[in-house]
Design a protein around this ligand. Structure first.
Ligand code: FES
Length: 387
């Protein structure tokens, strides 16, 4: 009984383990991609966990049950202790993945990462052409990435390429696949832009038309039929063009645990921007407490938080309400039904965003370099932080 004489509420059952830990080692990055998923005000979070603190994060996450570990950023290669952290993760029993632009990856460093036990490397490209690759990242990195891809292969790693798609490079999908095949890629992730962070700010300049998406999808299908398992191609149409939302992160606080460079623990990589969501920090609480008891991880876990029309929807277990960050960006309230769902009263607003993107695409000056993109850079981030 509680102090008021009523029965105590039954304790909440503990959630299952976080299976996937994403360690965002730093927000620093040599690239300036216009679709970067880091917070637009990243300059506010300059502090980075030190090596000992990251080692503790890895140990606590593994004890919680995490098995997959992604080292990401920014550019994780900017951390001098990456090899040490990989070795520690490997010793703990993690399957480790380095998510990188390749900038800073030398033959010697690859050898050290291999020796440390790194399992997997995912290398990002921006396009199949030097011109667009270098334009979209605002750097001259296309040739360097080609060299890094050869090095990764030479060290015996499977070649896993990632390319973020949007209206500027969707017409090149066939050429991007050809490039991946020439490089001997075993996997190619064609990741249609998710509109968070910098991509949200650039949505009118990046949003494709539905025709572009469907044409690219048909090209991918043609290659899949021709090349079989020689290279596995992942291509998912963004849910802005669907009528039901995705089960984002496989459900909030379900399997994903992200840790930002400053130690903020996140139920999804974009959660930092949600107003009113106090992110717990690994320097103040254990990951066990954060995962099982913090408000941030409980807030949208399961189905009890859902408003109508989700609450009484017979499909609610399929998508667990969709994406909280998308709901916030499109409706101004993270607890509303994801506007991707056509049962949402905010769905018309989403269609407006798609329509504005379409009109901008039809109006867009060619070549793409004239599009009004805001590139990720400290000066732009300071402006966002100030506003
Ligand atoms: Fe945050 Fe989907 S990206 S819940």
């Amino acid at each position: 009984m509680n102090a008021a004489g009523s029965p105590e509420p039954a304790p909440r059952p503990l959630a299952g383990p976080p299976l996937w830990l994403l360690a965002e080692l730093t927000y620093r990055c040599p690239l300036h991609c216009a679709f970067c998923s880091n917070p637009v005000d990243y300059v506010r979070y300059r502090n980075e966990l030190d090596t000992a603190q990251w080692r503790t994060v890895l140990e606590q996450a593994r004890a919680l049950g995490a098995a997959q570990l992604g080292f990401s950023g920014g550019e994780p290669l900017l951390r001098d202790d990456l090899e040490e952290l990989v070795a520690h993760a490997r010793q703990l029993g993690f399957y480790t993945n380095l998510i990188t632009s390749g900038i800073g990856l030398t033959d010697a460093r690859l050898g050290k990462l291999r020796a440390a036990g790194l399992d997997h490397i995912q290398l990002s490209f921006q396009d199949s052409t030097r011109e667009l690759n270098d334009f979209l990242s605002s750097t001259r990195t296309f040739d360097l990435k080609q060299r890094v891809a050869r090095m990764i292969k030479a060290h015996g790693y499977p070649m896993v390429l990632n390319c973020v798609l949007h209206r500027h490079n969707l017409p090149h999908v066939g050429a991007i696949i050809e490039m991946a095949l020439e490089m001997g890629a075993e996997y190619l992730e064609l990741a249609n832009t998710q509109y968070y962070g910098w991509a949200w700010e650039n949505r009118l300049a990046l949003m494709p038309t539905e025709e572009q998406l469907r044409e690219a999808e048909a090209v991918v299908e043609g290659y899949r039929a021709r090349i079989g398992n020689r290279c596995r191609i992942l291509f998912v149409v963004p849910d802005y063009f669907e009528k039901r939302p995705k089960k984002c992160m496989n459900g909030w606080g379900s399997v994903f645990l992200g840790v930002a460079p400053d130690g903020a623990a996140m139920p999804c990589h974009a959660a930092r921007m949600l107003p009113g969501l106090q992110l717990p920090n690994v320097t103040e609480q254990t990951l066990y407490d954060i995962w099982h008891h913090s408000d941030a991880f409980q807030r949208f876990r399961g189905t009890a938080w859902m408003p109508e029309p989700c609450r009484s929807c017979d499909e609610k277990e399929n998508d667990l309400g969709g994406c909280r960050c998308q709901a916030y960006l499109l409706s101004g309230d993270a607890s509303r039904t994801d506007p991707v769902c056509d049962k949402s009263s905010d769905h018309a607003g989403l269609q407006q965003v798609v329509l504005h993107g379409r009109l901008a695409a039809l109006d867009a000056p060619a070549p793409a370099r004239e599009a009004p993109l805001v590139f990720r850079a400290d000066a732009a981030s300071r402006r966002f932080a100030a506003s």
